[in-house]
Design a protein around this ligand. Structure first.
Ligand SMILES: CC(C)(COP(=O)(O)OP(=O)(O)OC[C@H]1O[C@@H](n2cnc3c(N)ncnc32)[C@H](O)[C@@H]1OP(=O)(O)O)[C@@H](O)C(=O)NCCC(=O)NCCS
Length: 174
């Protein structure tokens, strides 16, 4: 299992459905995240039970705080292809009491190191809403650089927002 200084990353399952449902229905957590139509906790449990096991091109890992074993968020590495060596990353911490303590930064370093060293990726990319300053700070801290601006691609509360595409090469991880 990918192990960091503050977190460990582990597979998720139906037992995590309650936490996932709670995070996905917290407006503060979801402020700058892509949202879907509302769903029930039973639907989340079914989705977790039926989800194929983690694989090279579709990796979903729970972020667990080493200090107390609490599941605090999740990270995804998707669309990796061996021929291309590039994957897309998504992260969020649903447990707000763990924000601002370095957990996301450590989880980012841990998943990127895993991607580069174990999966032999060359590059990791992500997109982030320009207004999401905390997330952008985390990405910059680990070495991501802005590569482009997507104009008015994220809609929230009746307003359009721009997003940055960011990228990290294997040699740039800090
Ligand atoms: C964004 C998020 C991942 C950050 O997680 P975290 O564990 O609090 O992050 P860390 O503690 O590792 O680092 C946060 C950094 O952002 C900074 N920060 C926090 N709020 C900020 C703000 N409003 N403006 C600028 N910087 C900010 C902190 O000072 C810290 O930087 P520092 O170490 O230089 O002081 C987490 O808050 C989260 O999941 N939010 C909701 C979902 C989300 O937005 N996910 C990302 C989608 S792209």
């Amino acid at each position: 299992m990918p192990l960091g200084e503050l977190v460990t990353l582990r597979a998720m399952g139906p037992a995590d459905a309650d936490a996932l449902w709670r995070w996905n229905h917290d407006p503060e957590v979801m402020r700058w995240m892509d949202d879907t139509y509302p769903h029930s906790v039973e639907q989340v449990r079914k989705w977790q039970a039926e989800r194929p096991r983690n694989a090279y091109g579709d990796l979903l890992l729970g972020i667990e705080a080493l200090a107390d074993g609490t599941l605090i968020g999740l990270v995804m590495l998707q669309d990796a292809e061996p021929e291309k060596g590039i994957a897309k990353l998504d992260i969020y911490l649903g447990e707000k009491s763990y924000w601002g303590k370095g957990y996301a930064t450590d989880a980012m370093r841990t998943i990127c190191r895993y991607g580069f060293e174990d999966m032999r990726l060359h590059k990791v990319t992500l997109t982030v809403v320009t207004e999401n300053h905390a997330a952008r700070r985390v990405y910059e801290k680990v070495g991501f650089v802005e590569e482009g601006r997507l104009r008015q691609v994220f809609r929230r509360d009746g307003k359009w927002y721009d997003m940055f595409t960011m990228g990290l090469l294997a040699s740039e991880l800090r």
